[in-house]
Design a protein around this ligand. Structure first.
Ligand code: PLP
Length: 355
C-alpha cells in the first residue's frame, strides 16, 4: 500500500476503506486508527508511548488485565518504572476512589480494560476516562473482548488509546488496531519504515486488515442481535446449568457483564478435564483464559477476585457468538450434567468454592 505504482494504489484504497470501517465501529475518525499485528502489540504500544512522550514513570492498571498489559507492566517495573496494580472485589469490580488516589504527579497513564476476557465483567470506562482527564493523565483501554457485544464510542467515553484485536470479531488472526485520540502524542513502538503515517513500521498485513474492516462492519450490523439473542442464549445456558448441576458458582458481576460470556466454577471438578470431555462433543470452552491454557497456575483474574486455588481450577468460561444456536445450548445442557457427575465421582471433592 505504500508503493506509488498502480497495484500499490489499489491496495492502499482497500486499507483506507478498512480504516474507515474500523473507525465507524468505535466512533473514531479514520485518522485516529493505526493498524498493528495484534491486541498485544497495541496494548504494549499504549503503555510504552505514554511513558516515552510524558517522560513519567508510573502506570496505574489492574491485577485482572490480560497478560499483554500485566507482563508488559511487570517488564517495565524491571526497567525502573513503578506500576500500581489495583485489586478487585469478589465480583471483579474496581474501586474508583482507589483508582483516583493511585494517580500521582509522576503517573503517565491509566490502563483499564473495557471488559474482562475471563469473566466478561464490564468496567466503568467513561468514569475512569473522566477521572484520568481531571487528573491530567492519559487513559488507555483494552477493548479487545468487546466489539459486536457492546457499543463502543471513543468520543463519548473520552479515552486516549483503545486496543482491538481481529480474532475477537471474527476477522483473521494476527491483526489489531490502536486508536489514538487526535492530537495525542504518539511514537512508534515498532520502528522501521514510514507505514501507518510513521506511527508503526513494517509492511501492513493487507489481507487481514481488509478482513478486519469487513468484520468491523458486520459487527456493527449484528450488534443488536448479539446484545439480544446471544444474551438470551447465554442466560438460558446459565440458568440450565444452575438448575441441573449442584454446587456451581457464577463468577463475576452479573449486573455489568458482556452479553456473551459466563464463567462458572464446578466445585470439585478439574476444569482442564471438563474442557477435554466437552471437546469430545465438539463443545469448545476455555479453562481460565484461553491465552494461558497449558499454564498450571490458577487464573490470575479469579485469584484476584478472592477465589481459592481449587475454585479457580474448577472454572470454565463459555463464550458465545452470533454463530451459536439454541441447539448448541440444548446439546450442552444435555451432556454437561453427566460429565460433571462422572468427573466428580472419579475425583472426590477437595474443597468448597470460595465466595
Ligand atoms: N486483551 C484481551 C482482553 C484479550 O482477550 C486478548 C487475547 O485474546 C488480548 C488482549 C491479546 O490479543 P492478541 O491475541 O491479538 O494479541
Amino acid at each position: 500500500p505504500s508503493s506509488a505504482y498502480r497495484f500499490g494504489k489499489q491496495v492502499s484504497v482497500a486499507v483506507a476503506k478498512a480504516r474507515e470501517q474500523v473507525a465507524a465501529l468505535i466512533g473514531a475518525d479514520p485518522k485516529e486508527v493505526f493498524f498493528s499485528s495484534c491486541g498485544t502489540e497495541s496494548d504494549n504500544t499504549a503503555l510504552w508511548t505514554a511513558l516515552q512522550t510524558t517522560g513519567k514513570k508510573h502506570i496505574v492498571t489492574t491485577s485482572v488485565e490480560h497478560s499483554a498489559i500485566i507482563k508488559q507492566g511487570a517488564y517495565l517495573e524491571t526497567q525502573g518504572c513503578r506500576v500500581t496494580w489495583l485489586g478487585v472485589d469478589g465480583k471483579g469490580r474496581l474501586d474508583l476512589k482507589q483508582l483516583e488516589d493511585a494517580i500521582h504527579d509522576d503517573t503517565a497513564i491509566v490502563s483499564v480494560m473495557t471488559a474482562n476476557n475471563e469473566t466478561g465483567v464490564i468496567f466503568p470506562i467513561k468514569e475512569i476516562a473522566e477521572i484520568s482527564r481531571r487528573k491530567g493523565v492519559l487513559f488507555h483501554t483494552d477493548a479487545v473482548q468487546t466489539p459486536g457485544k457492546i457499543v463502543l464510542d471513543v468520543r463519548k467515553t473520552g479515552v486516549d488509546f483503545l486496543s482491538l484485536s481481529g480474532h475477537k470479531l471474527h476477522a483473521p488472526k494476527g491483526v489489531g488496531i490502536l486508536y489514538v485520540k487526535r492530537r495525542t502524542k504518539h511514537l512508534p513502538f515498532v520502528i522501521g519504515g514510514g507505514q501507518e503515517r510513521g506511527k508503526r513500521g513494517g509492511t501492513e498485513n493487507v489481507a487481514s486488515i481488509v478482513g478486519l474492516g469487513q468484520a468491523a462492519q458486520l459487527s456493527l450490523e449484528h450488534l443488536k442481535e448479539e446484545q439480544g439473542r446471544v444474551r438470551g442464549l447465554r442466560d438460558k445456558l446459565e440458568k440450565g446449568i444452575v438448575s441441573s448441576i449442584a454446587n456451581v458458582t457464577i463468577n463475576g458481576d452479573t449486573e455489568s457483564r458482556l452479553p456473551n460470556t459466563t464463567n462458572i466454577s464446578f466445585n470439585g471438578v478439574e476444569s482442564e478435564a471438563l474442557l477435554l470431555k466437552l471437546d469430545q462433543y465438539n463443545i469448545c470452552v476455555s479453562a481460565g483464559s484461553a491465552c494461558t491454557t497449558g499454564a498450571l497456575e490458577p487464573s490470575h483474574v479469579l485469584t484476584a477476585m478472592g477465589l481459592s486455588a481449587d475454585a479457580a481450577h474448577s472454572a470454565i468460561r463459555f463464550s458465545l457468538s452470533r454463530y451459536n444456536s439454541d441447539r448448541d445450548i440444548e446439546k450442552t445442557l444435555e451432556v454437561l450434567p453427566t460429565i460433571v457427575n462422572q468427573l466428580r465421582a472419579s475425583a472426590p471433592v477437595k474443597s468448597e468454592v470460595a465466595a
